[in-house]
Design a protein. Structure first.
Length: 152
C-alpha cells in the first residue's frame, strides 16, 4: 500500500510543492538550512573534478549558509546555488531538482522528509526500420513550396 503512494505522480507533485514552499519560507526568514539529496540527480557547472566528485555518497548533505545561501534560489523545479568544493574551494553552480531533495534540515532537525519515489515515465519512440527517411521525405514532398529544392 505504501508503494502505491510513494511511487504515485500526484504524491511526488505534492511533495515537490511542499519542498518549494518550505525553501521559499526559509529564504524569506533568512534561515540557513541543509538539503539531503540524491546525488545522482544533481548537476554541477562546471563539472567537479573526479577526485572531488568521487567523494560524494549516494545521499549527500549540502548546507546553505553564507555565500552559498546568498546565491541560492529556485529556478523552475530546481534549487540552484553556488558552492566551493575540496581544499581548493573549486567553485561550481549546483542544480538540485526539488524532487531529489530527501530532507530539509535546520539546526540538525529535519523539517521535511520527502518519501516520494516517483520515476518519470520515459516514452519510447518507435523509429521505423527505414530510420524514418521515407516518412520524412513524404512529409517534405507534401508541401508544394518544397518543390523548388528538388533537382529536375
Amino acid at each position: 500500500m505504501l508503494d502505491n503512494i510513494i511511487e504515485d505522480r500526484n504524491f511526488a507533485a505534492l511533495m515537490q510543492t511542499s519542498i518549494e514552499n518550505l525553501i521559499i519560507y526559509l529564504f524569506e526568514k533568512d534561515e540557513h538550512f541543509g538539503v539531503l539529496c540524491k546525488i545522482e540527480n544533481i548537476t554541477f557547472e562546471p563539472a567537479l573534478p573526479k577526485e572531488i566528485a568521487s567523494e560524494f555518497r549516494a545521499m549527500t548533505l549540502f548546507f546553505l549558509a553564507g555565500y552559498t545561501f546568498d546565491t541560492a534560489n529556485i529556478v523552475g523545479d530546481n534549487l540552484v546555488f553556488e558552492a566551493g568544493f575540496g581544499s581548493d574551494n573549486f567553485g561550481s553552480i549546483v542544480t538540485v531538482p526539488l524532487n531529489a531533495i530527501v530532507q530539509i534540515i535546520v539546526d540538525e532537525t529535519p523539517l521535511l522528509i520527502n518519501l516520494s519515489n516517483y520515476k518519470k515515465e520515459v516514452s519510447k519512440v518507435k523509429v521505423p526500420e527505414d530510420g524514418g527517411v521515407e516518412s520524412s521525405m513524404a512529409s517534405f514532398l507534401s508541401n508544394p513550396e518544397n518543390s523548388k529544392f528538388l533537382k529536375k
